[in-house]
Design a binder for this molecule. Structure first.
Ligand SMILES: [Zn+2]
Length: 94
């Protein structure tokens, strides 16, 4: 009777990208495999710039046009690993 080749169980780990929000997220880094809290880097989204431009064009030069640039929900957020610095994902405002 021939010996059957050893079967290595193929573990299929679903590498589904986590859904990132504007807040820092806790997850396992895909690069260094550590349990980390993502480091977030916020930048005004295209929509924020467009809103700011529209508000400025409407005559609000007293600083109102800067509101979209400071609003959290209008910000794009990049998530990276604080341990290895790998870029893990991003949240796009719109
Ligand atoms: Zn990492």
């Amino acid at each position: 009777m021939s010996e059957e080749p050893a079967l290595f169980p193929v573990q299929k780990i679903s590498v589904r990208a986590p859904t990132f929000r504007s807040q820092s997220a806790r997850l396992i880094c895909q690069n260094c495999h550590k349990d980390i809290q993502t480091k977030t880097d916020k930048n005004p989204s295209v929509i924020a710039w467009l809103s700011a431009t529209v508000i400025a064009l409407c005559g609000c030069f007293c600083g109102c046009c800067l509101i979209p640039l400071c609003t959290d929900s209008c910000m794009d957020t990049d998530h990276s690993c604080p341990e290895c610095g790998a870029h893990l994902g991003a949240y796009r405002a719109f």
